[in-house]
Ligand binder design. Structure first.
Ligand SMILES: Cc1ncc(COP(=O)(O)O)c(C=O)c1O
Length: 389
């Protein structure tokens, strides 16, 4: 056989998180699986929210009104409108938006837009690290020049590293900031820190990209969205990526929204048009069934959805308290966060022993998906951790 052009491809490295998740899955239902960020029920199965069940039944009943045809490139209008309300509340401002394939797709679209807005060549993108595992790849594939900035200082969320890096860049840049329930640490900036960060950013030329993957997982959805309002009020150029994966528990339906706060209706139209150009060259329109579910939940079953989220928050909080109660002091600071994740202070050999000897599956950095561990097994998990220490 002659030369194979495929030989030019690099040897692929498996995604470490998906690899350990597959190992956990293959090991059977009795293992403790703290890998992928999925909200599980007490039997270790992905939860279907009652509000989502209601919306699916409603769509089924009214199937004749649901179209399986191509949607508009920017997505279903009801979906865009209801999610935009979740982002900005009752403000009357100009928000461009496009439906996306999950929060990841929203990032891919907004990062491309950001690059176009900042001149398209050698655009620095500050990514605070530790970051969600896919932040660096998604920025890389969007063609941005990644600049990492330390997010933690003495084990706490900090703006010092971000501000320091931002001040040194010396040209317009993008900043990718998680809105809350930080992945992987669970440790968020507090109000004072965000106010100081915004004040510093105002002095520089930048676009802030708010990654909002966990709306409603920390507090009520409106409270969780406060940072968006603060950026708008400060006059920062603000892009938002939103995901329905977690807060509607529809991970596989790949539903999200990319949004941009424009300063006029004219500007909004321009951004909407650019969004559709970007997405047409990526995957054309995003899938619609998840959009229809979200729009139905928000329009018809919003109270139930809020109750669902409240229960989820309370359960995650209870599990954190149980972990704190049953693990040594050295674990407490890392567990006093929000949302699904925490990074347990475990060494790589300890994480490996947990897998081999105790059938507890975690990625090597010790990140745990607290929402994936049944409450009834938390004490058992703590016993297993104690044995590898
Ligand atoms: C911080 C953060 N951003 C974005 C996403 C992407 O979400 P999606 O699964 O909707 O693509 C995730 C998912 O884990 C996340 O944790």
């Amino acid at each position: 056989m002659g030369y194979s052009y495929f030989s030019a491809l690099p040897i692929p490295k498996p995604d470490p998180l998906f690899a350990i998740a597959a190992e956990a899955q293959a090991a059977g239902p009795t293992v403790i699986n703290g890998t992928l960020g999925i909200y599980m029920d007490e039997d270790g199965k992905p939860l279907v929210l009652p509000s989502v069940k209601l919306a699916v039944a409603d769509l089924q009943e009214n199937l004749q009104t649901f179209s399986f045809s191509y949607p508009p490139l920017n997505g279903l209008p009801d979906f865009r409108e209801t999610v935009t309300r979740l982002l900005i509340g009752e403000r009357t401002i100009h928000v461009a938006s496009i439906a996306s394939t999950g929060g990841t797709g929203a990032l891919a679209i907004n990062l491309r837009l950001l690059k176009m807005m900042l001149g398209d060549r050698d655009v620095p993108m500050i990514v605070p690290t530790p970051a969600w595992a896919n932040h660096l790849p998604v920025c890389k594939w969007a063609g941005l020049s990644i600049v990492e900035a330390p997010y933690l200082e003495n084990g706490k969320a900090s703006i010092a590293g971000i501000v320091d890096v931002a001040k040194k860049i010396g040209k317009p840049f993008g900043l990718l900031l998680q809105v809350g329930c930080h992945n992987p640490t669970g440790l968020d900036l507090d109000d004072e820190q965000t106010a100081m960060l915004i004040a510093e950013l105002k002095k520089l030329s930048c676009i802030i990209l708010l990654d909002f993957a966990y709306q409603g997982f920390k507090e009520e959805p409106e409270q969780d969205a406060v940072l968006i309002g603060k950026c708008i009020d400060a006059g920062l150029t603000t892009l938002v990526t939103w995901s329905a994966s977690k807060n509607h528990s529809i991970y596989g339906l790949r539903t999200g929204l990319a949004a941009a706060i424009a300063s006029s209706e004219e500007e909004k139209k321009t951004v909407d048009g650019n969004y559709s150009t970007i997405t047409r060259g990526l995957h054309s329109a995003a899938p619609t069934f998840g959009q229809a579910i979200v729009a139905t939940v928000q329009k018809k079953f919003s109270k139930q959805w809020r109750d669902d989220l409240r229960s989820a928050r309370l359960l995650m909080k209870r599990k954190r308290e149980l972990l704190i109660h049953n693990l040594p002091d050295s674990f407490h600071a890392s567990l006093r966060g929000y949302g699904m994740f925490a990074i347990l202070p475990l060494t790589e050999p300890q994480v490996t022993r947990l897998k081999v000897e105790e059938q507890v599956f975690l990625p090597l950095d010790g990140r745990i998906n607290i929402a994936g561990i049944p409450e009834k097994r938390i004490r058992e998990l703590c016993g297993k951790i104690a044995r590898v220490m």
